[in-house]
Design a protein around this ligand. Structure first.
Ligand code: FPP
Length: 257
């Protein structure tokens, strides 16, 4: 160890740090269909069990000390699935909000929806707006539901929000910085994810939080989403805490240090 890093005899020894807990975790919930197929069950059952796993993820996030949780609930590309499956995913979201909103509110969870309204049934938009309104002043877990969401779409939306300001002369081209773009994303005000978890063994981001994932640690779990539980969440956090984050620099501090 270089001399300058050696603790001096006079200094008290620091308590070894426990696993570093990510402030913000994003989850790509993948593998509902394969989970069902391997068990000879209909895909619908995989999605239904996936909804149970969402409940596990929310309660585990709070217990583990995570401050923000973002789930990829329905992507802007999921419209290409058969319409019965799209309708089922919508129905599950309705059930989830209707049955769990009171409990989430009671647990001080703040719900934010990210994604586009276009094409989403009106009743779902109203349910989601209601969930945001009811929980707006909560101070516990920030729970972002990415619904009808795509990272490229979100960046395009941010540009469309900036463009009128530019045209009115309120903003100059030189003022369009990464910070300004971030402040016009759907996730404005929410820190970037420290950790993104994807289940099912697939190794890609699939258009999830593209801008925000610039320096996220990625953990790919070899389980299907319906199998996700507190233990799996803890394993992903353990893996995260062993990573060394450098943000393009040279420092070698681990996330725990
Ligand atoms: C991926 O499994 C999952 C989805 C496309 C959507 C996630 C939906 C849920 C977890 C159910 C309900 C959610 C809420 C918030 C109520 P897949 O169908 O792509 O699985 P496969 O790749 O094995 O076919």
């Amino acid at each position: 160890m270089p001399a300058r890093l050696q603790p001096s005899a006079a200094q008290p020894q620091a308590t070894p740090p426990g696993p570093a807990v990510p402030v913000h975790v994003g989850i790509i919930m993948d593998g509902n269909g394969r989970w069902a197929a391997e068990r000879g069950l209909p895909r619908a059952e995989g999605h239904r069990r996936g909804m149970e796993a969402v409940r596990q993820a929310v309660s585990s996030a709070t217990e583990l000390g995570v401050k923000y949780l973002t789930i990829f609930s329905f992507s802007s590309e999921n419209w290409t699935r058969p319409s019965e499956e799209v309708q089922l995913l919508f129905a599950l979201l309705r059930i989830f909000i209707q049955s769990d909103l009171a409990d989430l509110h009671e647990k001080n969870v703040k719900i934010t929806v990210i994604g586009a309204d276009e094409g989403v049934p009106k009743d779902i938009c109203l349910l989601l707006e209601d969930a945001e309104r009811v929980t707006a002043n909560n101070t516990g877990l920030g729970f972002q539901v990415a619904f009808n969401y795509g990272g490229r779409d979100e960046i395009a939306r941010a540009v469309r929000r900036i463009a009128p300001k530019l045209m009115r002369g309120e903003v100059t081209p030189a003022e369009i910085t990464p910070a300004m773009i971030a402040a016009h994303l759907d996730t404005a005000g929410i820190p970037d994810p420290d950790l993104i978890i994807r289940t099912s063994g697939e190794l890609r981001l699939s258009n999830f939080l593209l801008w925000q994932a610039a320096y996220s640690e990625l953990v790919f779990l070899p389980i299907y989403w319906p199998e996700f539980d507190r233990k799996a969440f803890g394993q992903a956090i353990d893996e995260f805490s062993r990573r060394k984050r450098r943000y393009g620099g040279l420092a070698t501090a681990s996330v725990a240090g």
